[in-house]
Design a protein around this ligand. Structure first.
Ligand SMILES: Nc1nc2c(c(=O)[nH]1)N[C@H]1C(S)=C(S)[C@@H](COP(=O)(O)O)O[C@H]1N2
Ligand SMILES: [Mo]
Length: 231
């Protein structure tokens, strides 16, 4: 918990200092942040344990649905196209294009998770879907893959995760919330969710999952947010 608070304070501080910096100092600050980011990634990955489960908040902490904030970068609610599919590729033996029904037929898992947004709010819901590690198994993801990239149809929103966090047993592709199907406000038809990452890493409106040898960026990460974004 102490670690979480420290990291969030740091993030908010960094976001504020880049926002305040003038034009000339901005690129220097960005370069510094990028350098710190690489170093942070090494430390974060060393500290992370793939098999340590995050505790589930009790039922009593569930946020009433009307009070669970919805956030997306688009000007209006993003709706999936009728022919929506999820493309899974990169370093995989069996690249796949999956329909929602195919994904729903995979083993289902679920848990309550507390969401932490760096804007300062947090909320709890129960989520269900398929473990990303199960999807990795289905497509035969290479053991050499170090990163996983998540793309969405929401105005080019994206993120990349380290492989350990991606294969964590509580990292899921969620198609349900609080016991019913996921609605467009929270990322329908499928969004990434996990108790091990901050809100901006949990990509909604997924279109593609790619197993990669090298790290790409992310929508907020490219603007200076911490790339690792761990809780
Ligand atoms: N595609 C997409 N994913 C996204 C975002 C977004 O704008 N577009 N916002 C992120 C941020 S900053 C947060 S806090 C959460 C918000 O999830 P919610 O709307 O279900 O509360 O989604 C994350 N994933
Ligand atoms: Mo957020």
């Amino acid at each position: 918990m102490a670690r979480l608070i420290t990291r969030r304070k740091l993030l908010i501080g960094l976001a504020a200092s880049t926002a305040l910096a003038g034009c000339d100092t901005r690129s220097a600050a960005k370069a510094l942040l990028a350098g710190m980011g690489r170093w942070n990634e090494r430390v974060d990955r060393l500290l992370f344990s793939e098999n340590r489960l995050a505790p589930e908040p009790p039922v009593s902490e569930l946020t009433p649905e009307t009070a669970f904030p919805s956030y997306f970068i688009s000007d209006s609610m993003p709706f999936a196209p009728d022919n929506w599919t999820l493309k899974v590729g990169g370093m995989v033996a069996r690249p796949a294009v999956l329909t929602l029904d195919q994904i729903k037929r995979m083993p289902q898992t679920g848990m309550r998770i507390r969401h932490h947004c760096v804007e300062g709010w947090s909320a709890v819901a129960a989520w269900h879907g398929v473990q990303l590690r199960e999807l990795a198994r289905v497509v035969g993801a290479s053991r050499d893959a170090q990163y996983v990239e998540f793309l969405s149809f929401d105005k080019g929103y994206y993120s990349t995760w380290d492989i350990e966090s991606s294969l964590h047993p509580q990292t899921i592709l969620a198609y349900g919330m609080n016991g019913r199907p996921l609605y467009p406000d929270h990322g329908a038809p499928i969004r990434l969710y996990s108790p091990v990452k901050l809100g901006y890493k949990c990509v909604k409106y997924l279109t593609e999952v790619n197993f990669l040898p090298t790290r790409t960026g992310g929508y907020w990460e490219d603007l200076g947010y911490d790339w690792y974004g761990g809780v």
